[in-house]
Structures are given as structure tokens and as C-alpha cells.
Design a protein around this ligand. Sequence first.
Ligand code: RNT
Ligand code: ZN
Length: 408
Amino acid sequence: MGKVELRYQIAKEMYAEMGVDTDAILQKLAAIPISVHCWQIDDLQGFEFPDAEMSGGIAAFGDAPGKPRNREEFMVQLNRALDLIPGHTKLALHAIYLDKHGKNIARNEIGPSEFVEWVDFAKERGIGLDFNPTYFSHPDFDSSSTLTNSDEGIRRFWIEHGIACRRIGDYFGRELGEICITNHWIGDGNKDITVDKLRPRLILKDSLDQIFAEKLEHNLDSCESKVFGLGSESYVPGSHEFYTEYAAHTGKCIVCMDAGHFHPTEMIGPKFTSYLAFGDEIMLHVSRPVRWDSDHVVILDDPTREIMEEIATYDAYDKVHIGTDYFDASINRIAAMAIGARSARKALLLAMLRPIETLKQLEYEGNTTKRLALIEEMKTMPAGLVWDYFCEREGVPGREWIRDLATR
Ligand code: RNT
Ligand code: ZN
């Protein structure tokens, strides 16, 4: 028995004393998908317009060396990051990561042909794929008004982009045998006081109706809300309430909650049960807001732990779809991708290692003292040893991966 497994046996015994079956948990943990976004690797540059500036309410800050200069370098770095991420992974792509094969294809004309290589890649790596239309960073359009645009021509372009992307998602889902979630986020909104807040929402509602008109078997759509953003400080039509209402009334999509898209002290974890109570699914963007929607790399912090606890407590792994979203260009990008994805799964493991049934029982009995005492005592249990063993079983380096890290 190797060192890692030997240490795991000690941890296993300790958790068993608390009524927690670590073997069963590790088996389950390996199968729960975490959708890791591809865009940390190149600061959301993509391959559509290699020189394009990022625009439309998002920006990556930092100038760490090593940003991939082309598709080949991107793929090398992506593979290196994926090699460090244990457990069943889906890769979330954005439409701008297409391969036009030298042809001139506009964003509203893209289709499966531009993503064949990604499907091959996913099959080879044994990962799933999720998708995102890119309703921003377009050199010809002002991305502050896409699906809410009152210019019919411009709005049509973005609607067609949304339709095209759902079909690509459906292609991913069909090819890989795992449903693809196509997540729609628009940066639409206003910098300053907005008098008519209804009209853009009515236009957005109509745009979504058109985008979601076609029924697709292997694709599930989610709509990602925001409370405010860069250039949309005063008004965002695609708010949390708007998409929640849209999803509930039409049943055409689910809601995506990004941890950085709420007020600074507002946590998303406690919101999940309001959707679960109605049998609704949710998509997540696990991120780390620092004072605002700063998209810092996910770490094992309390909000992330709470997110995972809110999933584990109800065994809601098939209802709450976990995805990550961050882009920090100030540190090594491969490491950033790995740190965030590993931390998200670590948080999930910690949530699963809690004696959930016992905690619930204490709560039902009104024993709030013992409930708090048990929550606190669990925090210093040897979860790290369980994590190391999990990595080893998954064929992924444990904490020793940091030895090979570059300085920046
Ligand atoms: C932006 C949203 C959105 C993007 C990605 C790139 O505020 O969080 O999810 O980060 O689509
Ligand atoms: Zn997001």
C-alpha cells in the first residue's frame, strides 16, 4: 500500500466514526460533472478575430507571460490544465473558439462544422462539452445592446447567433451522449439612469422566444443574469428576477447564477432551494467576486463551500449543474485554470464529507447546540488525505503538482 493510500485509511476510519462512508463518497464524487470554462487559458481571446479586443461588459486584467499565441499553443496549455483536474469534467466553450477552416463565416452562420475538432477532442479526453454564444467582443457591433436592441437588423443578427449556438449545443450533446448546457449571457444594459426599463425587457423576452422556439433533445439552455456590470452600472435588463420569471413562465430555459453577479454580500448558495422546491434545474458559474464581479480564480472559500453544501445536502447533483467562470491574466493561466477547478471540486468533496443525515436529524429535533458543535468539529477532519487519495485514483497529481510550477 502506498503512502497516500495508507494515510487515506486513517482518514477513512475517522470519518467512519462520524458516520461518513468515504469510499462511497469518492465513487460518487468522481462521476459528478464540473464544467470548466476554456477561456481562462487565453483571457477570452478565442480564435474568431485573433486581434480583437475584448468588449461588451467584461475585461481580463493582468499581463502574465505565456498567453497562447495561436490555436496550437492554446490546445497544449488546455491539455496541461486538464491533466491536473480530477473527476468527470465538461469543458465549457464559447462560440469564438470555433474553427472556421479558413472560410469567412459570420457569427450568425456558424454550425457544427466549425466545432468538429472539439467533439473529437472531447471524445478523446472522455470529457463532456457545454456551450456559450458570444454576444460580445464583436468588432462590428456595440455589444451593449444585442438581444435588447431596437434596431431590428442588429437584433436579428444576435438572435440568429443564439439559434445557431443552440444547434451546436445539441450536436455536442448528441455526439457525446451527455446533455450540453448552452448558457446565454448578454452584456446589455445602461451606464446611466434609465427611464424606460420595461421596453428592453419586452424586447429581450421576444428575442428569447425566437431563440428558444426550436425544441432540441440534447441541449438545455440557461440564461445568466447580472445585477450590474462594466458600462451597465445603472440598469441591466437581463436581471435575476427577469430570467427567473422567464424560465418559470415559459419552461424554455433554466436560470444560471454566477457567484459574482449579485450584490457584494449576497450569496447564491441559499437561493438554490427556492428552485429545487419547484423541481427546477439550475446552472452555476462558480467564481470569486472580490468587491465586485472581478472573476478572480475560485478558491476554497466559505461562499464556494456553501454553494457545494447546498447541493450535497439535497443530493441535488442532477438538478444543479456546476460550472466555473473566472479569468485572471495576472498569474500563470494553466495554473489558474487548475487551481480554480481543483478548488471547486475540493469544496464539493468537503460538502459531501459532512454527516448530512445526522446534521438534518439534529435540526429536526431542535438540537441546535449539537448541530453547531458538529459542524465546527467536522472542519478539522483530515479531508486533505481523502483529497490526495482521490487525485491518485483519478490519475491526477495530488498537492505535488505545485513543485513544477513556474514562478509566475
Ligand atoms: C459575464 C458572465 C459570463 C462570462 C462568460 C465569458 O459577466 O459571467 O458568464 O464570464 O460568458
Ligand atoms: Zn458567468
